[in-house]
Design a protein around this ligand. Structure first.
Ligand code: TDO
Length: 185
């Protein structure tokens, strides 16, 4: 029995995955990460850290973030409560889609996930209050390699679904543009 559906996004390497939920009168069961099934769907990753963030309100933006090499991370992102507009930006020099973005709504209701390889910056906007985002990463957190790019970089032009000014961290509010960044990729 197949345990997940998968769909490649428009930028090479990005994959949307939706694990099956087995429902009964108690609730449901789901394999949210399974190495062999995800590998069969094109996701090859060795995860070393699991993260969880809670955003208290709709309209929080976290990102765009990446870790520079040799601490670069691939990420597998899902939402355990609420919903987000999840975005990945191709920052691989030499890529035919360098500087382009792709976005997908991830939600607890849809139960979908986004796999983001190394060489992408990642960010999200919360679409609901009390949104909990869980994600796995392939390299440990390294403050010395932690980098940000402006969420509203005009060269990238992300069409964020916002109806008010977003709530950002001070670090994200002061982030540089991609064109002024030495990403290390
Ligand atoms: C990312 C991270 C942060 N921290 C600490 C540093 C800081 O004191 C506090 C909050 O960090 P930040 O403000 O960077 O958290 P946040 O803005 O939620 O950062 C995250 O954003 C999303 C979009 C990603 O893609 C993640 O990889 C990560 O960069 O948590 C860790 O200890 N380990 C970690 O892996």
């Amino acid at each position: 029995m197949s345990v997940l559906d998968s769909r490649p996004l428009e930028l090479d390497g990005l994959v949307e995955l939706t694990p099956h939920r087995f429902a009964d009168e108690r609730g449901f069961f789901s394999e949210v990460w399974r190495e062999d099934a995800f590998a069969a769907a094109g996701v090859h990753a060795h995860f070393v850290q699991d993260n969880l963030s809670l955003s208290k309100r709709k309209g929080v933006i976290r990102g765009l973030h990446y870790q520079s090499p040799p601490a670069a991370q691939a990420k597998l992102v899902r939402v355990s409560r609420g919903a987000i507009f999840d975005v990945a930006v191709d920052i691989r020099p030499g890529s035919a889609t360098y500087g382009r973005w792709a976005g997908v709504i991830l939600s607890a209701e849809k139960w979908n996930q986004l796999f983001i390889p190394e060489g992408f910056a990642h960010g999200f906007a919360t679409l609901e209050d009390d949104t909990e985002v869980s994600y796995k990463v392939t390299a440990p957190y390294s403050p010395d390699h932690d980098r940000a790019i402006r969420f509203d970089d005009p060269d990238i032009g992300i069409d964020w679904p916002l109806d008010a000014e977003p709530l950002l961290s001070p670090k994200d509010a002061a982030a540089p543009l991609l064109r002024d960044s030495n990403t290390g990729f």
